[in-house]
Design a protein around this ligand. Structure first.
Ligand code: ATP
Length: 888
């Protein structure tokens, strides 16, 4: 293999049979065949066989297997066969659901797969990073994760952090100059390595190796991905375990009492085993997985892509959403509306269409004839890394702020980029808030700077206006800042422009950015997104505080916040924040709704202060510096369109459309999913408790067991599971976003929900045991069949009623959840089947029920609905006040 780092860039290109325009599409396709995709083998989700085997790995299956063996040995072969059938059913159901959930997660993972910018046939295109091949010429800039190993061709202030390879966490300066052949990895400054982060600058590089041939591929071989288990699932698994222990003790108790009373040991052993199985809500974990998987899919349809599953649970309890302004609250579509250069110049036109005129006091002027205006516009075009292209209308490639300046230059006919060659560049970064370039234009070396007004003015010593060039006085500085304030107050984003001509080749930043000539201010319009106002109103009703954290000017931020009706508290500027202690910030944090001129470090302090007040904080971020804040927020949210790879990597969720309203939609989904899991758990536990209680109670008072082992099993693992699946996907109920966020510390079975669960299970116990006693005169077999039917119907009533803890069954839309209805039909069919089909009758020892008995069962079982209604009312009364208006 060539020592790419030691070769000159042209040599590397030649060896790779490539050119500075990159490869052609055909050549790239044939290389992809030859070298394979640019992927590292991933240990991602488990395969189908693994998922199937996993179904047999639990305690319940072992108990069932033991029950089948006992039945077989005692000659009850049909019993054994049915138990094995049930086992198979559990395995298949579990497998199908888990497999689908796994595929759903896989699809989500693909949606956030990394991309790369590549020159193909001379055009810069964005491709999935997996399609890169050796010889491709890539473009990287601050915030990118390097998609393959590559030899640098040219670089502007390019820096990368390579800690994942070298352990060194400081950024390394990169340049195209070859280095010693024996240079260690950490010193190969002419190379970029896959998986490292570009933290500053930009550049082009030719791909030298891909996939497992890269340095990263060689070191790690495989990327281990251990998906985080949602805490909710872990808590429910723990709950299931403690339940299992309790039920196990109850089973031993039943067994001892029954044997003591002289019942046949084998029969009793089977009942005890069935009870032990019935006590485990075995479908609970997969109902959780299902609710989360379906939920994340529907979030993805609403443009919120969840990267870490636990985020779903946290989303539902979010109390503060800290959001960027540009592109998230606003459309991120900039248009320069006015320029100030000693006088106010209006610019007409709309969007990115490069057509418009320049007016002073209503009369059209020639922008080229007016020195300060001309230089301001030229600075905007040269100090720029973006492009405006025509593809389905005029569009920006790159940063919209810079795109707007290109459009402006085109309107004025002053886009000099063709005539000037860039010599060096100090790119824009949100902490320096400025950008500086040097261009060779003919014989002149022109330094151009644009950025936040106070930052640029500080570096100027001269001013150019209609009266010519003169030194910049303190009064001028003051006036410029005042004008900028007025412009910002009209919700304009304001940038200042400055330039100077130099002669020497000194390209140090210090020298370049000294003694500049101030020429003018750009005022850009970035209108708020229409849907955001509605989303902010939803937040207010839902007890969630939206907070704007922006790098923009205080006045601009304030004006936009005002338009969006989110200016409930004060505005705090980054400079004021700097002079405050953490304690002072914490004291004021509850009253501030806008932070202006904020940096990534400010975001960290804000998160800390909010957390101290017990808030659950969602925080957006897009830049490379935002990664720590995204990690330390409860929910880190990255921008799918404009966000850097680094910010996406650090986030829990990515917004495909960068839109604030999407965050609010995701919070609603989070609340819905949590509530569904809660409902399904309450329902399944109620049925479980009822089954155990029916047997235990009967045995304690000396009655024969009202249900046989197989009957218990059937209800528990077949009839009960179908509706649970339906409950897990219940649509959001009205009023869900009219309530305050859930307390994250509250257990999944809160006191209210626990009372509901115990109450409904007590109703099921009374109904089933009552009907059993009532029918005992018709023979034990008949009474057991009635009890079996009753438990089945009670469970169905309970499932329907559990669709909402807030609405009465009469208020619910009967066809609002078709999956649940299908589950109820399946559950009913499974019960009827066991009572009427002869093979099942023999195995389950059931007898056909009369119409009267069915009527009795249907009527008596309604006790579950009655009790549920009473409990719902009391839940509503309890929660009033703390829950706000439930909106029902
Ligand atoms: P938000 O954080 O809400 O997205 P923002 O986009 O305004 O806000 P930054 O991008 O950090 O925040 O911009 C901060 C300031 O830097 C802007 O107010 C502007 O004055 C200046 N600025 C923004 N983009 C550029 C750029 N490309 N070149 C030079 N200066 C810029």
């Amino acid at each position: 293999m060539a020592n790419w780092h030691a070769l000159p860039p042209e040599e590397a290109l030649k060896l790779l049979n490539s050119g500075s325009d990159g490869l052609s599409e055909d050549e790239a396709a044939s290389r992809l065949e030859r070298f394979g995709p640019n992927d590292l083998a991933r240990i991602s989700g488990p395969g189908p066989v693994r998922i199937l085997l996993r179904q047999f790995e639990n305690y319940m299956v072992l108990v069932l297997l033991a029950a089948a063996v006992i039945s077989w040995l005692s000659g009850e072969k049909s019993n054994a066969i049915v138990v094995l059938g049930i086992l198979l059913f559990i395995a298949i159901l579990g497998f199908v659901q888990e497999y689908r959930a796994e595929r759903a997660m896989e699809a989500l993972r693909k949606m956030v797969a990394p991309e790369a910018r590549v020159f193909r046939g001379g055009r810069l295109v964005t491709l999935p990073a997996g399609n890169l091949v050796p010889g491709d010429v890539i473009y990287v800039e601050a915030g990118d994760i390097v998609p393959a190993d590559a030899r640098i061709l040219d670089a502007s202030a390019l820096e990368a952090v390579e800690s994942s390879l070298t352990g060194e966490s400081n950024p390394v300066r990169k340049s195209p100059d070859p280095v010693r052949e024996d240079a260690p990895l950490a010193d190969r400054s002419s190379m970029l390595f896959m998986g490292t982060m570009v933290t500053y600058g930009n550049g082009r590089a030719v791909v030298t190796s891909t996939g497992s041939d890269t340095e990263l591929g060689r070191i790690s071989g495989m990327i281990q991905e251990t998906p985080a288990e949602p805490p909710l699932k872990i808590r429910l698994q723990q709950l299931s375990k403690s339940l299992a222990v309790m039920v196990f003790i109850a089973a031993i108790l039943v067994f001892s009492i029954q044997v003591y009373r002289g019942n046949p040991v084998l029969d009793t052993l089977l009942i005890a085993a069935a009870l032990a199985v019935a006590g485990i809500p075995e479908a609970l974990p997969f109902v959780v997985t299902l609710a989360l998987a379906y939920g994340t899919q529907s979030m993805a349809r609403r443009n919120a892509i969840v990267r870490r599953l636990p985020a779903v649970e946290t989303l539902g309890s979010t109390t503060v959403i800290c959001t960027d302004k540009t592109g998230t609250l606003t459309r991120g579509e900039m248009t320069v509306r006015e320029i100030w250069c000693g006088r106010r110049v209006e610019v007409t036109g709309s969007g990115y269409v490069p057509e418009g005129v320049f007016k002073v006091d209503g009369s059209e002027i020639d922008p080229g004839a007016f020195d300060a205006l001309r230089e301001t516009i030229i600075t905007g075009a040269l100090c720029n890394n973006s492009e405006v292209v025509f593809e389905d209308g005029w569009q920006i490639v790159g940063d919209p702020t810079e795109g707007a300046l290109i459009v402006l230059a085109k309107k004025a006919g002053l886009d000099l980029r063709e005539r000037c060659r860039e010599v060096t560049e100090y790119p824009f970064a949100s902490d320096t808030r400025r950008m500086t370039t040097v261009h060779q234009c003919g014989n002149d070396l022109r330094v151009s700077m644009k950025g936040a007004v106070e930052v640029v003015v500080e570096r100027c010593s001269y001013v150019m206006d209609h009266s010519g060039l003169r030194p910049l006085s303190d009064a001028d500085r003051k006036r410029i800042l005042e004008i900028a304030d007025v412009m910002a107050g009209r919700a304009l984003r304001v940038l200042a422009a400055a330039f100077k001509q130099i002669e020497s080749g000194d390209l140090s930043r210090d020298f370049l950015e000294r003694d500049m000539i101030f020429t003018g201010l750009f005022g850009m319009m970035d209108p708020p997104r229409e849907e955001v106002c509605g989303a902010i109103d939803v937040c207010k009703r839902a007890g969630i505080r939206p907070v704007m954290i922006t790098g923009d000017h205080k006045r601009t931020a304030e004006a936009i916040a005002g338009e969006l009706r989110m200016l409930n508290g004060g505005v705090l500027d980054g400079s004021e924040l700097d002079s405050m202690s953490d304690q002072e910030l914490s004291d004021r944090i509850e009253s501030i709704s806008v932070f202006s001129r904020a940096t990534a470090e400010h975001k960290m302090r804000i998160i800390k202060a909010l957390k101290e007040h017990g808030h659950v904080v969602a925080m957006t971020g897009d830049g490379v510096n935002d990664a720590p804040a995204l990690r330390s927020a409860d929910i880190g949210i990255a921008m799918g369109r404009t966000g850097t790879d680094v910010s996406k990597e650090a986030s829990d969720m990515v917004l495909a459309d960068d839109n604030f309203a999407t965050i609010v939609a995701a919070v609603e989904e989070g609340r819905r999913i949590y509530e569904n899991i809660r409902k399904a758990s309450a329902y399944m536990l109620a049925v479980t408790f009822a089954e155990v209680a029916v047997i235990l109670m009967a045995v304690l008072v000396g009655l024969p067991a009202p249900l046989l082992a197989l009957q218990i099993l059937w209800i528990n693992v077949v009839a009960e599971d179908f509706p649970a699946i339906g409950l897990a996907v219940e649509p959001a109920r009205p009023g869900l976003m009219n309530e305050r966020p859930r307390n994250p510390k509250e257990p999944i079975l809160s006191r209210d929900v626990l009372v509901y669960t115990i109450g409904t299970s007590a109703a099921m116990l009374i109904g089933t045991l009552g009907l059993f006693l009532l029918n005992l005169d018709d023979g034990l077999g008949y009474a057991r069949t009635v009890a079996f039917a009753s438990l089945g119907i009670c469970a169905i009533y309970n499932a329907y009623s559990s669709r909402s803890f807030h609405h009465s069954v009469l208020q619910m839309n009967p066809t609002g959840n078709v999956k649940l209805l299908a589950g109820i039909v399946a559950s009913l069919a499974s019960v009827v089947m066991v009572i009427y089909i002869p093979v099942f009758q023999r195995a389950f020892e059931t007898l056909p029920l009369t119409l009267d008995s069915w009527l009795q069962v249907w009527l008596v079982s309604t006790i579950v609905i009655v009790v549920a209604e009473v409990l719902k009312r009391s839940m509503k009364t309890n929660s009033q006040g703390s829950v706000g208006s439930p909106g029902e």
